[in-house]
Design a binder for this molecule. Structure first.
Ligand SMILES: [Zn+2]
Length: 47
């Protein structure tokens, strides 16, 4: 299965996996993760 990057809209926590977590482990918000592209991930990691 393909793994994808997910980012928490609330605290910008990054998760890499098959599915987005239901609850963000950092800020505890539910369904806060949005999928984003590997290109975006590379850009963020350079910052
Ligand atoms: Zn969060």
């Amino acid at each position: 299965m393909d793994k994808k990057f997910y980012r928490c809209m609330v605290c910008n926590d990054i998760h890499f996996g098959v599915n987005a977590p239901d609850v963000c482990p950092t800020c505890l918000n539910k369904n806060a993760y949005i999928e984003f592209s590997a290109e975006e991930a590379k850009m963020m990691m350079k910052l």
